[in-house]
Design a protein around this ligand. Structure first.
Ligand code: F6R
Length: 613
């Protein structure tokens, strides 16, 4: 996720900004940059790669400015590169800006600006917003502050922006909606950051800026206004935090932070795509290959690990909604056998990192045979994203915990949007069901919040109760079968307890031999068309003295009575429900791992990005 830093005061700004950017490195980034304002002119440096690469580009430069802004970028629009890195210059080069967030209506604004003669030097939505602000400033003959206010009333999306202007030699203008911004109050100096970590060495007095607030900051004054231009009194808080607490947002581990981020990341994957009131889905990447999909005889989904589980779930959903034949392949198997692939195949590659070697080679192979490649990838500009003919980013932000959590739900959201869009295009879904699914999907973030608010203590209790078990079985049917597999994988990774996922009905063909009073069996048993059947499987386990932990729909009294322990999730359509039933399983693994004193963020032997065979 992007990080922003700013400084205005009486010290040299550059070292403070670089130090601040390093403090924000934990957020994940692909490029960085800094802009300094000195004597009515702007010095701007930016570079793909680590902050250390940026530092190399300024060697020998005279950097005496006492005001400046800095940025670490996590790409959302435009691949990681020097040109897409922030800060950006406005067309006149008199304003420089950094941006954290996504401007949803940037393409419309860009088209307007191009007709007015504006030239763009990057592929970013941020440069569009900056030139939009400059255009208002010039045409309305307004101050930068007024231009920012007018512009922000027209943009949709999320942002924190920091601007410096050669006409305002001692001022930073900042604004926020939906992305974090903290201002530190020093002695005749102010610090800005995405969180308090860049300023903690200098001050503990901070102001958290709220949505729709605009700040005008000089060394000795912080003026806060709302978007309606009314003054707001800054609320100064004294921090009682250390650095590592901030990096993890107050959570003990990145994994827990990322689990709790899911209401936000799911919303982020909707952003600019899902318009609930119009019941419309915009997937511009898909539009470019829709003809290929129409001609395709089948879809082949390729991935590894958790991404393969998202693909397996997508098989069920796409076949149901779109009536297209789907096959799901482990990339590592696909690449070595001799699969029959033709130019009539449409391949969906699912990958968080976009760098998994097995997936990459499998795709190269399929592309070589003429197949169309559609990427569902989290890391912008990654190898898989670049190899794909088209695709959609999952917008989960950087995932630091090795075990995938928020990236998985973002993949599932992306694949559901894909399925809904294609089903509507092919008319394989009724208007009523299409609308109903769109509406329910938009409610998922709130439903996930409900799980956190009501089930957490119960999940912790269950985790501690079963933490010493030697083996676990995870069972699910239909849409919940991939969730059972994902639950078992998460437990293995985080707690080192052997766990297996199975389709519940397969139990009687072998695994039932394992059942005794020491074996916890997690049933993913939310209310869906398989519900009665999975309850029967549960009875079979109980009859053999097995221990049943059930994930059920809220208020399912019958199943509650059968289970030894249960966790409730809100009731949702069976296509949406897996997004909910996976959350307690992530938390269960997390708390079992923690109770065993294990390093849940970095389990032994695992790597975040598997770039070897
Ligand atoms: C499990 C996990 C792995 C990855 C797999 C694929 O928690 O993270 O199973 O899902 O290595 O990685 P990506 O999605 O980066 O291709």
């Amino acid at each position: 996720m992007c990080g922003i830093v700013g400084y205005v005061g009486n010290k040299e700004a550059y070292p403070i900004i670089i130090d601040g950017l390093k403090k924000l490195e934990y957020r994940g980034y692909d490029s960085s940059g800094v802009a300094l304002l000195h004597d009515h002119s702007i010095q701007l440096f930016k570079k793909k790669g680590r902050v250390s690469a940026l530092e190399e580009t300024v060697v020998g430069e005279k950097l005496t400015a006492t005001i400046g802004i800095g940025h670490t970028r996590w790409a959302t629009h435009g691949a990681p590169s020097d040109r897409n890195a922030h800060p950006h210059y406005s067309n006149s080069k008199s304003i420089a800006m950094i941006h954290n967030g996504i401007i949803e209506n940037y393409s419309q604004l860009k088209a307007e600006l191009i007709t007015k003669g504006y030239i763009f030097h990057s592929d970013t939505d941020s440069e569009v917003l900056l030139n939009f602000i400059e255009d208002i400033k010039i045409n309305n003959n307004s101050t930068l502050e007024e231009a920012v206010r007018i512009a922000l009333k027209r943009v949709t999306g999320a942002y924190v922006i920091l601007l410096i202007d050669i006409d305002l030699p001692d001022t930073i203008i900042a604004a926020r909606k939906g992305s974090p911004l903290v201002i530190g109050i020093g002695d005749n100096e102010h610090f800005l950051g995405s969180d308090a970590s860049p300023m903690l060495a200098y001050t503990k007095d901070v102001v958290y800026i709220n949505d729709y607030e605009l700040a005008i900051i000089t060394s000795n004054e912080l003026i806060l206004k709302n978007i309606g231009n009314e003054r707001v009194t800054p609320f100064i808080q004294r921090l009682d935090l250390n650095l590592s607490q901030i990096e993890k947002g107050g959570y003990e581990h990145f994994m827990l932070k990322e689990i709790f981020e899911q209401p936000q990341t799911i919303n982020d994957s909707f952003r600019g795509r899902l318009d609930v009131s119009a019941h419309s889905i915009t997937l511009s990447g898909l539009d470019t290959v829709l003809t290929k999909l129409d001609q395709a005889q089948r879809i082949v989904i390729v991935g590894c690990g958790t991404s393969w589980h998202a693909g397996l779930l997508a098989e069920y959903i796409i076949e149901e909604l779109c009536r297209i034949n789907v096959e799901v392949e482990y990339a590592s198997e696909f690449r070595y056998r001799n699969p029959i692939i033709t130019d009539k195949d449409f391949i969906i590659a699912v990958s968080q990192s976009g760098e998994t070697a097995d997936t990459l080679v499998a795709l190269e192979k399929a592309k070589g045979k003429g197949a169309t490649i559609f990427g569902v990838v989290n890391v912008v500009g990654s190898s898989i994203a670049r190899l794909a003919d088209a695709g959609m980013y999952t917008h989960a932000g950087p995932e630091i915990g090795v075990a995938s959590t928020k990236a998985f739900t973002a993949q599932v959201v992306a694949l559901i949007l894909f399925a809904l869009k294609v089903a509507n295009h092919k008319r394989t879904i009724t208007d009523e069901r299409y609308k109903q699914l769109i509406e329910q999907l938009s409610e998922v973030p709130t439903m996930v919040e409900w799980i956190f608010a009501t089930q957490l203590e119960k999940i912790k209790h269950i985790a501690y109760k079963y933490a010493n078990a030697k083996d676990f079985l995870y069972l699910g049917r239909g849409y919940n079968f991939p969730i059972a597999l994902e639950g078992a994988l998460k437990l293995k990774e985080i707690s080192y307890i052997h766990a297996e996922g199975y389709p519940a009905a397969e139990m009687k063909h072998g695994p039932i031999a394992l059942v005794d009073d020491t074996l916890p069996i997690v049933f993913v048993a939310t209310k869906d068309s398989y519900h009665e059947k999975i309850v029967s499987n549960m009875q079979e386990v109980k009859a053999r003295e097995g221990r049943v932990i059930a994930v059920i729909s809220v208020g399912d009294e019958l199943t509650k009575d059968i289970a030894d322990d249960y966790i409730e999730v809100p009731y949702a359509d069976e296509i949406i429900s897996p997004l909910l039933s996976t959350i307690p399983l992530q938390l269960l693994s997390y708390y079992i791992g923690v109770s065993k004193g294990l390093n849940v963020d970095m389990p032994r032997n695992l790597a975040k990005s598997v770039t070897v065979e």
